[in-house]
Each structure stands twice: as structure tokens, then as C-alpha cells.
Unconditional design. Structure first.
Ligand code: FES
Length: 393
């Protein structure tokens, strides 16, 4: 009997001890810390170096700042979003990381000045060493997946579209990854070829990486390929097309052209990965845009949002050819930050409830079924066709 009582008391103590331990598992702190290091959400970065890459492109090196002690790891091909306050407008833009994912001292971004670009012009002209910027953690699904993409990879880039590939090539070359890569890089003129030195170095050092440049507006001194990246150029450069996986990054016009060439080469869609399109330069030219709608139309937008714990409402007019997110950012100024990442309808960070009205979304953008069912839109890539109401509460 005493023996049983002793056993019971011991078991009871053990149980209590276990419960205490379970309340605060010993791995809790380190797991939490690890998670926060990998997925901090927002990070602060300081510009440490800025270098000119070409007549309209700069390379920005960023190091951890303020509460960001270490840089989250990333996969070659991912991007970060830069949040900026420009003349009373709080907005963000995604930029691919061009640095190697194998070092964690800094990130590098390459930004091309788009003459009519609201953010790129600001960054290009104003950002200086020492400035601190709020950024998202690395995001995006455009990276090599060994299981699905295989070992023979074709990178097709137009202009600044080379940026995610630079990081991927650095990774492949530094880690001696057993991958065969063919890079087809299309630019307007020779002076638009960015990262040429890096590409040539990698090509020299790694026999499994081949690079071909194609210029659409080459001058008479150019000895390489001219025109566009056609199916003949692709076939001549890579040989057998059926055992390869294709990655494409460029602007909308290039996507349209290259996808058609790949289709004619018999490449199925599941063997092509592409970086999100971004917003169209002219949405009225996108397939499906209602041709009877006057592009100069202004549309009434009503938005409900929370400011200092109170629900507020704002009604304003915005052009029907402007993404709803841009209009919201301009009208709400610094009162509200609407989270965004890709600005292309891919990441769903800007997900917003549409309570009434009709919007236009370019056909290539896929919105999750559940979002469609419950009336959520991605304002970064939605255009108001009629009077609309949004709920940001
Ligand atoms: S910002 Fe990514 S879906 Fe809108």
C-alpha cells in the first residue's frame, strides 16, 4: 500500500513537473527568435553604397539599420518591397535582390529610372548613402525549385529583367550547383546591357553557364545577335527544347512576344515560370478592357478605414485607368499604410474588401477563389470601372 502511495506521489509530481515544462517549452525562445529572424515582416535598411550601373540604372547596397540586427535569408530570385513617403504619399515598390543569397552582410538592388515613374525617379534622384528605408522581408515565389524545374534551365531576360537572374547565377556559380543554364539577355542597345562584367566573369568561370546577348536597336559595331529573342534564336542557342525549364522576366510587350515564341516551340505552360507582370503602362490596351469606356473617366471611390481607433470614411474621385491602390495611397496620404508587396496581384498582401461596384483586372492575374467568393480584390492591379466602395477596416 505504501509502495503504491509512493508511486502515486511520484507520478503526480512528474505530471506537475511536465505540465510546468509544457507551459513554457524550453525550445520556445530559440524557435521564436529563429522565426523572427527569418520572417520579421518589416525590416529597416540603410543605404551604404550607391553606384551607377548604366546611363539610367543604379546599384544600391543596403545594410541592416535600427531594430533590424540581421538580414533575413532569401532565395535567389526573390524581391523586397521598399516603402517610401514621397511628397505626402506613402507608397511601396518591389525590387529584385541582385546580391548573392550566400552572404548576409548586405542586400543589393538595381533600380532603373523610368522617365514617368513616380517612385523610380524619386529613388534615382534622391536616395543617398546613409538614408534609412522601411522594407518588407524577402518575398516571392520566383526561384529555382529542383524538384519541379529540373537541371536544365533557360533564363530569358529583357532589360532590367536580368536582376533576379543575377542573384540566381551568383548562387549557382558560388555553390557549384550541378545545373546547366542558358541565359538569353535582350536589350535595346549595348549601353543598356547591365551586369555585363558579372555575366562574363560567371561565364568564364563556369562551363555550365552560357550567355547570349541580343540587341533590338544595335549599332553597326555590334557583332552579336540582333532583333528580338525569337524561337529560332532560342533553339539555336539551347538545342533540344523539350528537356528544359524556362524562366522569363521582362516587360509586358516582351512577355507577349516570348510566350508566343515558346508556345510555337511546343513548350507547355507548366515548364515556364515568370515574374509577376507589374501594372500595365496603358491598361486600355490590355485584353478585356471595355472598349466603350472613356479613358479620361473619373470614378467615385468611397473608402472606410480606421484612424486613431475611429472608423472614418472618405469619398474621392480617381481616374479609371489608375490602379485603385495608387489612388488610395494618394488620397489617404500618410494617414494609412496599405500593405503591399508585388504590386502585381500575386502576393495578396494588399487584399481589400470591395463592398460595391465593378473593377477591371488584367486577365493574367489570378485571384484566389475564396477571395472572389467573399468579395476581396487586389487593389494594386484593380481598376475602377464604376463607382466603388471599399472597406479597409
Ligand atoms: S501587392 Fe501583391 S497582390 Fe497587391
Amino acid at each position: 500500500m505504501f509502495k503504491d502511495l509512493k508511486k502515486f506521489t511520484h507520478a503526480q509530481k512528474l505530471k506537475e513537473w511536465r505540465e510546468q515544462v509544457l507551459e513554457v517549452p524550453e525550445y520556445f525562445d530559440s524557435m521564436e527568435n529563429l522565426h523572427d529572424c527569418i520572417h520579421p515582416g518589416k525590416i529597416w535598411l540603410q543605404m551604404s553604397d550607391i553606384n551607377e550601373l548604366s546611363h539610367d540604372t543604379k546599384l544600391y547596397r543596403l545594410i541592416p539599420a535600427r531594430s533590424t540586427k540581421t538580414l533575413p535569408p532569401f532565395r535567389a530570385g526573390q524581391y523586397i518591397g521598399l516603402t517610401l513617403d514621397i511628397n505626402g504619399v506613402r507608397t511601396a515598390r518591389p525590387y529584385s535582390l541582385v546580391s548573392s543569397p550566400n552572404q548576409h552582410a548586405y542586400y543589393e538592388l538595381c533600380i532603373r529610372k523610368k522617365e514617368d515613374g513616380f517612385v523610380s525617379v524619386y529613388l534615382y534622384d534622391n536616395l543617398k548613402a546613409g538614408d534609412i528605408v522601411e522594407c518588407t522581408e524577402p518575398l516571392g515565389t520566383f526561384y529555382h525549385n529542383n524538384l519541379f524545374h529540373g537541371e536544365n534551365l533557360v533564363f530569358i531576360a529583357g532589360g532590367c529583367g536580368i536582376t533576379p537572374f543575377i542573384s540566381m547565377l551568383k548562387d549557382i556559380s558560388e555553390r557549384f550547383l550541378p545545373l546547366n543554364v542558358w541565359v538569353l539577355f535582350g536589350c535595346l542597345t549595348e549601353k543598356d546591357i547591365i551586369f555585363k562584367q558579372e555575366l562574363e566573369d560567371i561565364k568564364m568561370r563556369r562551363s555550365n553557364i552560357k550567355v547570349q546577348y541580343t540587341l533590338s536597336e544595335a549599332d553597326s559595331n555590334w557583332k552579336g545577335e540582333c532583333g528580338f529573342i525569337t524561337q529560332d534564336k532560342i533553339k539555336n542557342f539551347i538545342g533540344n527544347v523539350s528537356d528544359k525549364f524556362f524562366y522569363v522576366v521582362g516587360n509586358r510587350d516582351m512577355y507577349q512576344f516570348v510566350f508566343k515564341e515558346l508556345e510555337e516551340l511546343g513548350i507547355p505552360k507548366h515548364r515556364i515560370a515568370y515574374e509577376a507582370y507589374g501594372t500595365p503602362d496603358d491598361v486600355t490596351k490590355v485584353i478585356g478592357w471595355p472598349s466603350d469606356l472613356n479613358a479620361s473617366n473619373k470614378v467615385e471611390i468611397t473608402v472606410k478605414y480606421i484612424e486613431t481607433n475611429q472608423i472614418k470614411e472618405k469619398v474621392f474621385e480617381a481616374p479609371c485607368v489608375e490602379p485603385v491602390l495608387n489612388s488610395l495611397e494618394r488620397e489617404l496620404g500618410l494617414k494609412l499604410t496599405i500593405e503591399s508587396g508585388c504590386r502585381s496581384g500575386a502576393c495578396a498582401l494588399c487584399r481589400t474588401k470591395l463592398t460595391s461596384g465593378k473593377i477591371f483586372v488584367p486577365p493574367e492575374v489570378t485571384i484566389r477563389e475564396v477571395d472572389q467568393k467573399f468579395g476581396y480584390i487586389h487593389p494594386c492591379i484593380s481598376y475602377p470601372l464604376t463607382k466603388i466602395s471599399l472597406d479597409l477596416t
